[in-house]
Structure formats: C-alpha cells, structure tokens
Design a protein around this ligand. Structure first.
Ligand SMILES: Nc1nc2c(ncn2[C@@H]2O[C@H](COP(=O)(O)OP(=O)(O)OP(=O)(O)O)[C@@H](O)[C@H]2O)c(=O)[nH]1
Ligand SMILES: [Mg+2]
Length: 386
C-alpha cells in the first residue's frame, strides 16, 4: 500500500491535467455543413445540382487526435451544387465531404441526441445532408444544406476492461501479459489515459485489454481521474477487477480501505455510474500476493469474496454497501510483478472465459432466433380466428 502526501498529490494532479491535454482525446466537437443546392433555371425547367453531403467513415488505427490534427478548424463543409445553366440543364451535384474517424465513435447532435455509432471499420454515417437543387416545386431556388455541431465520442472497444483503484497493479499486469508499455510507478494515477494492449497466444489468437486510469471513491460523481474513462468499460466483454491485497489509501487525509472494502467500493462506483455494467461477466484478481502477510490476508478474505453477496448483505456500513453485489465468475490471487507463471495462468483463464461467454451468447441468440422463427411460422400457419 502506498500513501501520498497532500503536496505531492497536488503536484501530481497539476501534472496530470497538463499531460492529459497532450494525451488521449476521447471527445471532439466538429462543425458539419452539407452543401447548398444549386438554383434551377425556370426558363428551361432546369434543376439545380444537389449540395454534397458530409459523411463520417470509420477506420481502424485512426485516433481522434489524428482527426483534430488533420483539420484543426474542425469544420467540414461539403461543396454546393452547381446552378442549372444553358449548357447544363441538370446542375452538377456538389462533392461530398467524407472524413475518417476512429472505430468506436458515437455521434451526438447539439441537443445530445444520438445520431449513430460506428463500430466496424468501413462503416459510414451521414451527418449533414446537402440541400436539394432548385426545381419547379421549390421555385427553382436551391435549398441550404443541414449545418450543425456534432460531438464525436470515442469509447474503446476492447475485449477486457481493467478496473481498480489506483496503484493496484493494473498497468503492471497489462505490461506483463501483453506487449504494451504502460507507465508504472508506486504512486496513484500513474496511468492518465487508457492504454490498450493486445494479448497474443501461440495459435495467433489475440485478445485486447484496456488498462484504465484508477478509480477512486466518488468516481461516478466525477472525482479523480477514472470517471472520465468509465465509459470505456461499457463496450468491453469482460470486466477484470484488480485489487491490492493490502487495500488502498489515497493520501493521509483519506481513510485506509482494506481489500474487502476496496472491492465493495469498486462495485459501488460501477453501480453508481451505470448499473448495467454489473451484469457484465467479471473476474477478480487479488494482486501483490508476494507482499508480506499477503497469504494470511488472503485466507481471511477468500471466502468473503466467494460469498460476496452474503458479505455485502451483512456489512454494517451502509455508505459503502453496493445495492447489487457483483457475481464474480472467477477469483485468482496473483503477483503481477513477481510471478510470470501467475500471469500465464491469468492469460489462459481470460481466453477460456471469453470463449465460454461467446458460446453462451451464441446459444442465447440461437434460441431467440428459434423462438422468432416459431412465432413467424405460427403467424403464417396458426389458426385463423373468425
Ligand atoms: N509487490 C508487488 N508490487 C506490485 C505488484 N504489481 C504491481 N506492483 C507495484 O505497485 C505499484 C503500482 O503499479 P501500477 O501497475 O502502476 O498500478 P496501477 O493500478 O496501474 O496504478 P494507476 O495507474 O495509478 O491506477 C508499482 O510500484 C508496481 O511495481 C505485485 O504483484 N507485487
Ligand atoms: Mg496504471
């Protein structure tokens, strides 16, 4: 367990904000405007060209930072349609303005209404339609295109999301299990932006793991660094919680939380942020088992974690108690830093769990499809009421 003095903590926070400004961008506001339609030509019944559309196209390997750097004005305006003329009775349409965005982006309009999301490379979304060209019915006056501000909101798409309090060893595990090179240090908030690592297996199978900045109590209400990144957990298939067997203390003016309290508080933070996160499959790793007295501490907590719902139910401090205790599908105690065999075991376990969940999901979909087919058949062949 590491304790940070208030002055160092203040320095770290300052540093972190500066670092963040240059670091990971997961939201970007842009202005998009479809081109205006060209005017028609009343004398000859000519139709003006349609204004170009603005489309976003999802591309792997593009980051929101790339999007910003490529066009710092953050304005995307499509070309206007040409007016109808003697030579071109049908005005030429304006060119579309297409720009690339990262896979995993959700787009919102100015009122926060979702326009759509792009979850696969090559997917395309229209964000500003160009105006129609002028013709007889609109008095030959070309119409303006749609213009508005759009927010691009990026959520990482990773198979596994690592969640834990600061200093629990998330980055240490990511480094040990993948080729990622996250920063690791003995003070909280070492990780200031999400890191993505790819776990590779001998048969070339790849599993992605996102290491997120540490959560703290009150994270759901925007405390600390982790809240900003909780949204990245939404799209992961498996939550991997990491807890220090020795517990956690943010700084001397904050209470020390032991291992069980840390688990409850993490559970509560996730619940307060978004209850549906708790229905995701989750596994828990109790880390730093090489530290002094860890084995004795683990013997004490092992059954409590196994029967976590009962433990939570009987826990007296209501403030710390989550409403919906997480059901962990597996518990492992490890030393992410010192034991490569522990890390290898985690690696195999994660693969196994993801496979099991994928199979379950598939069979659920199959039975749902079967039910839908059955219903369709019933509608076709079922008895007719007269
Ligand atoms: N003894 C011991 N120390 C560990 C172990 N795993 C990580 N540590 C140490 O714990 C400290 C924090 O590790 P990190 O991996 O940076 O922790 P983190 O959870 O990523 O922390 P944040 O990025 O601040 O949220 C470092 O000094 C690590 O060397 C372990 O298994 N045993
Ligand atoms: Mg870290």
């Amino acid at each position: 367990m590491v304790v940070v003095s208030p002055s160092l903590f203040a320095k770290l926070r300052k540093l972190s904000r500066k670092y963040l400004r240059h670091g990971f961008r997961d939201s970007l506001k842009v202005f998009v405007s479809g081109g205006s339609g060209g005017n028609g030509l009343p004398k000859f019944g000519g139709v003006g060209g349609k204004g170009g559309d603005v489309n976003v196209i999802a591309k792997e390997e593009v980051t929101l930072d790339d999007v910003y750097k490529k066009n710092k004005s953050k304005r995307y305006v499509a070309e206007s349609g040409r007016h109808s003329s003697h030579n071109f009775i049908l005005g030429v349409a304006g060119e579309n303005n297409n720009f690339e965005v990262p896979v995993g982006v959700t787009l919102y309009d100015e009122n926060g209404k979702k326009i759509g999301e792009l979850n696969n490379g090559g997917e395309e979304l229209l964000v500003a339609r160009g105006g129609l060209g002028g013709h007889k019915k609109n008095g030959y006056k070309g119409l303006p295109g749609i213009s508005h501000n759009v927010r691009l909101d990026l959520k990482l798409i990773a198979d596994i999301g690592l969640v834990g309090f600061p200093n629990a060893g998330k980055s240490t595990l990511l480094k040990a299990i993948s080729h990622a090179k996250p920063r690791i240090a003995s003070y909280p908030f070492t990780t200031l932006r999400p890191n993505l690592g790819i776990i590779e297996y001998k048969d070339f199978r790849q599993i992605s793991m996102a290491d997120l900045p540490g959560l703290i109590e009150g994270a759901y209400a925007n405390k600390g660094m982790g809240h900003k990144f909780l949204k990245h957990v939404e799209r992961t298939k498996l939550l991997l919680m990491i807890v220090d067997i020795n517990g956690f203390q943010l700084s001397p003016q904050y209470p020390h939380r032991d291992c069980m309290e840390t688990i409850m508080l993490l559970n509560k933070e996730l619940e307060m942020y978004d209850e549906t996160l708790l229905s995701k499959p989750s596994m828990i790793l109790i880390n730093k088992m090489d530290s002094e007295g860890a084995k004795e501490k683990f013997i004490e907590v092992k059954d409590k974690i196994r029967n976590f719902s009962d433990f939570v139910k009987d826990y007296s401090n209501e403030e710390m108690r989550p409403e919906n205790p997480i059901k962990f599908c597996d518990i492992m105690c490890i030393s992410a830093k010192e034991s490569s065999s522990d890390v290898a075991m985690v690696k195999e376990k994660l693969r196994h769990l993801l496979d099991v969940f994928a199979e379950l999901e598939e069979s659920e979909n199959d039975s749902k499809n079967m039910y839908d087919d059955l219903k369709k058949n019933m509608q076709v062949k079922g008895p007719v009421l007269v």
